[in-house]
Design a protein around this ligand. Sequence first.
Ligand SMILES: [Fe+2]
Ligand SMILES: [Fe+2]
Length: 328
Amino acid sequence: MGADDTKEMIETVDVSPRLPEITGEEHGPDVFRQLLHQAVRVADLANAQAMRMALDFAKVYEREQGVRHEFETQLGQMTLMEKQATRYAEDLASMLRSERERRKELERALEQERVANEELRRTGLQGISHLLLAATIKDRTTGEHLQRVRGYVEAIARRLGLTADLVEEFGYSSVMHDVGKIHTPDHILQSEHHLTDEQFGVIKQHCIDGERMLGEARFFETARAIAREHHERWDGRGYPDGKKGEEISLAARIVSVADVFDALTSKRPYKDAWSADAGLKAIEKDAGERFDPEVVSAFVALYREGVVETIRCQVAANAPEQPGSSAT
Ligand SMILES: [Fe+2]
Ligand SMILES: [Fe+2]
């Protein structure tokens, strides 16, 4: 029986209980028939209601089953996604662990390299200190000259705003500016007379020899540039290459000012020591011709602040008591 049939049956059945119509003539079996008839109608009504309830229940049950199925499907998908997410998380954690280990290895290698470089640098600086000490013991004038030049160079570099590392590098590198003179004969170095062209050619060679003697190590890169270029001039009329302006490394431009000022204000076999003021005037006069004007400005400022004099006094105070000779 369908839902429509049930509905129709419900509408056509007269469900109102009625008392049997009892007349004066009708008694006995007729009354019983009428009561039976009404009982059948009530039973039909009850059946129809039961049917409708069963249909409603079936619909609700069917809907519930649908919801439940959908829920189970979604639960299954979520479980799958959870498994995938767990696998991705494990893979990611594994990759991160490997990456962390690689980074640690790299850091260890970098640290080892840093320690090795620092060791190399310390060894180099020690070597330079020994060189200075040896020069000072053998020849007080040369030793003091190198110490003052180093002091001036570091002060100028600092004044120009260079980093502490560069200040130190320029300073220790300046000590080797004339290292090539080891090949220059003493009679030319210590000559009190005007040099011939040929002798001056021999002197010029100390720049090239110095650069070559300093090899190829990174530690001596600045020292090589200084050895080669410290006699170059800002206007391009220096030697050995005739470089000019900023073609000349900054370190060599600084050493040039420091070296010449110290040479002028020191006694040499061919001249007396100039006063510091006279030496400074000569440096200022050559700014923009022989020297980089910015380096000269820095040096003049240091001189006026008393820094140059302080360096001169410190070197004199630390000098060993020994008879001196010559330097250039
Ligand atoms: Fe020189
Ligand atoms: Fe010098």
